[in-house]
Design a protein around this ligand. Sequence first.
Ligand code: MN
Length: 262
Amino acid sequence: MLNGSAVPKQLGNFITEIKISMKNTSRRKFIASSAAVAAGTLLAGSSVNKIFAGTGNNQPHSHFKQEPLGYAYNALEPSIDALTMEIHYTKHAAAYCKAINEAAHTENLDVSKPIEAILKDISKYSAKMRNNAGGHYNHEMFWKSLSPKTTQPSAKLAEAIIKTFGSVDAFKTQFSDAAKSRFGSGWAWLLVNNDKKLLISSTPNQDNPLMDVADVKGMPLFGLDVWEHAYYLKYQNKRADYIDGFWKVLNWDFVSERFDKI
Ligand code: MN
């Protein structure tokens, strides 16, 4: 316990420090802004993210996360407009992410499994899990498959595409047809099946080729979102024009990397 004389002395020093600090407004502002920066750094830090990514009961709704976009909302213009990108990322994709966390909690999902393993058994889960695990996975891949400057397929991927479809242009035509003819909402895919063959397919809603319910199964290399929310603000009913624009922002480097890993 502090003795009788030490308390007033310490308290007096403390009050003096406060008075000095209060006199110096700019210093106070600096301290406040430094604290805010420090707090921001802490929240963005991996240790905090690890806590939020945990499976503990305190944070059951935050295991699955949206990764930051690798470019600005307007970086894909004119192919994909800024407002569409912003709403798509912050509203539609965010809603899938929120809902998969809810479903994971409700259904006691083993979140130590990779999401691909969950998708491969998706028929064992609820419709909410199917729609939102698919929605989350598909969009996280979609953002990475886009780039302000389109690239070219790697030599290895180009060779496989030419062998399978005749030419890269013939592939694009066939893929575009799959995307155009998907009735209602869904995705078109380039995938590699178990026989390591390249295939084009399309799926309804937020399904994808990893799912055990898919007609054509395999590892998707990229998908094109043909839900109206992906293009309607700019293109309205002209889905074909959106698909034409997509080829100008496809990140072939990302696609090639996925192909090389298979
Ligand atoms: Mn979408």
